[in-house]
Design a protein around this ligand. Structure first.
Ligand code: ADP
Length: 528
């Protein structure tokens, strides 16, 4: 070790020389050697390797004191000189021990600080350090002004919360924190919490209360925006307990954006799965209804055929014809029973109530019908107008089935019109601010019979029709608190009006979108 490698060491050496000269050559009975305690004291203030410096200088000073005493002795020292030497050496020893102890303590603190720094800088989770002292002062002033219920105060005074956010200084950030926020260096990092949190943040109000209560652990979830402007959802943990230094509160930040996106995705998948399962159940139910009805319908066909043949005989066999007609009537009765069962099944089916975005539902319906429209060269037009967020409450699958059925009927009704005229328009509107009105219009021949008849079970004019679609649609819409009515479309085609009560806060109107604006058009299977 070089004892003279620092200014403090040089100073200590000079001082030791001066004391030695004084002690050995100039004094008479003064305990000048006691001043040697200053030498290790000066050497100790010199930085790294101080323990060895203190020990070295203390030993050197003890040697000098003894040497001084011996020289003094040769010059005829007074009797107390030996006692003075003893006292000086004891003082030097005590001082050395004290210095070593202090040094050991400050080394431990330094090691702890270094360890914290290294953890801080290399931790895989983001950390930024906050200085909350100004906020705590502001809370104290608020308390002094007579505010007792801070929890209520922060709710009622968002401007106070915003001001407190501005008072929090960010004092440090680790490498993961920089990477999370997309900031290149510590110097470029935000200096105030208000620059990190958006104005809409609600989590900081709770943090103020936690600070006031000096809660040992405060956790919250909030959103921050990176330098590039992308949104990150974060989970923050602070330790604000009484032992925390409020000018250096590290906040541990966990980026939960991907996890939240994954959760949302899982939820969506689960919903889609449930919808697919219910669609499957609906398809299975339709197949079983068709199967159930097939038997009475075949019987009706055979009995009608037989009755016609018996009556066509010369002479007609009225007895057999009557028997066939009786069978026919029984088969119709059977079919009615089946239908009755189906209707009560639909009527009693549990409606899974959820808020449905009607615009989105119709958009999905139009997309679903693209293939059918393409096959018949039909143009499908969805007009959402200026309405947005039209929420209705009900069962998505059942309501979708209603609109699929109406659009299918409309496409089928135009089989005889020239392809260039085949257009189905689905238009959304709002009535009285509380009812959603969906109009499905086509350019076919329109209704051939009265409304009650058309809605009746088994009313069909199609060779392969079952006559159940409109009947079940009406039951479904009514179970959703709505109504369904038939009308005449402007070009003479059929019009079906479905009214459903709106749920939630009611509709909003999109700026700059006209009433008749076409939202989605599907032609030949393409959505334009
Ligand atoms: P299906 O389609 O099996 O016949 P529906 O109950 O859906 O059963 O329809 C009953 C009948 O109502 C149809 O057969 C048809 O005569 C008439 N209809 C339904 N939609 C229209 C429409 N858009 N234009 C003209 N007639 C229609």
């Amino acid at each position: 070790m070089n004892l003279f490698d620092r200014p403090q060491s040089a100073g200590a050496a000079l001082l030791a020389c001066a004391i030695f000269c004084l002690d050995a050559f100039t004094r008479d009975d003064l305990a000048v050697a006691g001043l040697y305690v200053l030498v290790p004291l000066i050497a100790a203030s010199g930085g790294g390797g101080r323990r060895r410096a203190v020990l070295g200088w203390s030993t050197a000073c003890a040697g000098l004191a003894i040497a001084g005493f011996l020289i003094f002795q040769a010059r005829g020292a007074p009797p107390l000189a030996f006692a003075h030497l003893g006292i000086s050496l004891v003082v030097l020893l005590v001082m050395t021990l004290l210095l070593l102890r202090t040094q050991a303590m400050s080394s431990a603190v330094e090691r702890g600080e270094r360890r914290y720094r290294s953890i801080f800088d290399t931790l895989a989770s983001a950390i930024w350090e906050h200085d909350f002292t100004e906020v705590v002062d502001a809370i104290s002033r608020l308390r002094a002004s007579g505010v007792e219920d801070l929890r209520r105060y922060v709710v009622e005074h968002p401007e106070f919360v915003a001001e407190m956010r501005r008072l929090v200084r960010i004092t440090d950030v680790n490498a993961t924190g920089l990477a999370l926020m997309g900031v290149p260096s510590k110097e470029a990092f935000h200096s105030r919490l208000s620059e990190l949190l958006p104005e809409t943040d609600e989590s900081f109000a709770d943090c103020i209360v936690a600070l006031d209560e000096r809660r040992s652990l405060f956790e919250t979830e909030t959103t921050v925006y990176t330098l590039a402007g992308s949104r990150r959802d974060i989970f923050v943990t602070f330790s604000l307990g009484p032992e925390a230094c409020l000018d250096k509160v590290p906040g541990s930040i966990l980026d939960v954006t991907d996890r939240k996106a994954l959760e949302a995705q899982v939820l969506r998948t689960r919903e889609e799965l449930a919808e697919a399962q219910r669609s499957g159940a609906l398809a299975a139910m339709s197949a079983s209804i068709a199967h159930e009805l097939n038997q009475p319908l075949s019987a009706i066909h055979s009995y009608a055929d037989a009755a016609r043949r018996w009556m066509a005989r010369m002479p007609p066999d009225m007895h057999e014809a009557m028997a066939a007609l009786t069978g026919l009537s029984q088969a119709i009765g059977h079919a009615r029973t089946v239908m009755h069962r189906v209707r009560s099944l639909v009527g009693n089916a549990r409606i899974r109530s959820a808020d449905i975005d009607l615009g989105e539902l119709l958009s999905t319906t139009v997309t679903l019908m693209r293939a059918d429209a393409a096959e018949t060269s039909t143009r499908l037009v969805l007009m959402r107008g200026r309405w947005r967020d039209l929420a209705v409450s009900g069962d998505r699958i059942l309501l979708k089935q209603v609109f699929v059925n109406l659009v299918t009927n409309a496409i089928q009704a135009m089989a005889e019109v020239p392809p260039e005229c085949r257009t189905v328009t689905v238009k959304i509107d709002v009535e009285d601010g509380a009812t959603a009105l969906v109009r499905v219009a086509d350019r076919g021949p329109g209704w051939e019979d009265a409304e009650e008849k058309v809605f009746g079970s088994f009313y069909t004019t199609k060779p392969a029709g079952m006559g159940l679609g409109l009947s079940i649609s009406r039951t479904t819409v009514e179970r959703h608190g709505g109504s369904i009515a038939l009308g005449r479309a402007p070009g003479g085609g059929a019009l079906v009006e479905v009214r459903l009560p709106l749920a939630g806060a009611g509709p909003s109107v999109a700026d700059g979108v006209g009433d008749g604006q076409v939202e989605q058009v599907a032609v030949d299977g393409l959505v334009q």
